[in-house]
Design a protein around this ligand. Structure first.
Ligand code: SF4
Ligand code: SF4
Length: 187
């Protein structure tokens, strides 16, 4: 009777195969699809390239407390802190991150840095096109990670851009930072 049991198991397996044959086919035409994701599909919760956030005034949320670097199991966050002054204000607190690098050769996208951050300055965005032939280009600088819009304006939904768009985004962030600094100094 053992062989009858085996035939039953095979029939059950094949029924699933046949059922799937009549399901509509889902194709993601990446990288030639439409939209900012170029046809790729992933969930909202996807942990991609990090985004350094700004507050409502345009100031950087990072206060250079080093907690993210301490929490990182891959030791891939490098920060240099500097003091804000009246003339040169970058963040809302005493200190700001003058240098903030993430080495994506080592990052495992675990999200511990995001969990550790007391000011919600670092979040995971949706950037996913990190592949490169040059390992040194996987060390992302603050200027590449910094959002050019405040977090409440949806800065977390930052997708990968083409190089020219990314460059525009970087110069936009620098301009935004300078404008925010001037605006803050006026007060
Ligand atoms: S996601 Fe994990 S590995 Fe990557 S920088 Fe954050 S803590 Fe480090
Ligand atoms: S990103 Fe957050 S945890 Fe990391 S140094 Fe800045 S404020 Fe601290």
């Amino acid at each position: 009777m053992g062989y009858l049991k085996n035939i039953g198991a095979i029939a059950k397996g094949m029924s699933i195969t046949f059922k799937e044959m009549f399901e509509p086919t889902t194709v993601e035409n990446y990288p030639d699809g439409k939209g900012p994701l170029r046809g790729a599909g992933f969930q909202e919760r996807f942990r991609g390239l990090h985004v350094l956030q700004r507050d409502e005034s345009g100031l950087e949320k990072c206060v250079a407390c080093f907690l993210c670097a301490a929490a990182c199991p891959s030791n891939c966050i490098y920060i240099e802190a500097a003091e804000n002054t009246e003339e040169h204000r970058i963040s809302g607190a005493e200190r700001y991150a003058k240098v903030y690098n993430i080495d994506y050769n080592r990052c495992i996208f675990c999200g511990y840095c995001v969990e550790a951050c007391p000011t919600d300055a670092i979040t995971h965005g949706h950037g996913f096109e990190l592949a490169t032939f040059n390992a040194t280009s996987l060390i992302y600088r603050k200027e590449q990670l910094l959002s050019n819009v405040a977090a409440h304006n949806g800065a977390n939904a930052v997708f990968n851009n083409s190089d020219s768009e990314k460059q525009r985004s970087i110069s936009g962030a620098v301009e935004y930072s300078q404008t925010a600094s001037v605006e803050t100094n006026k007060h």
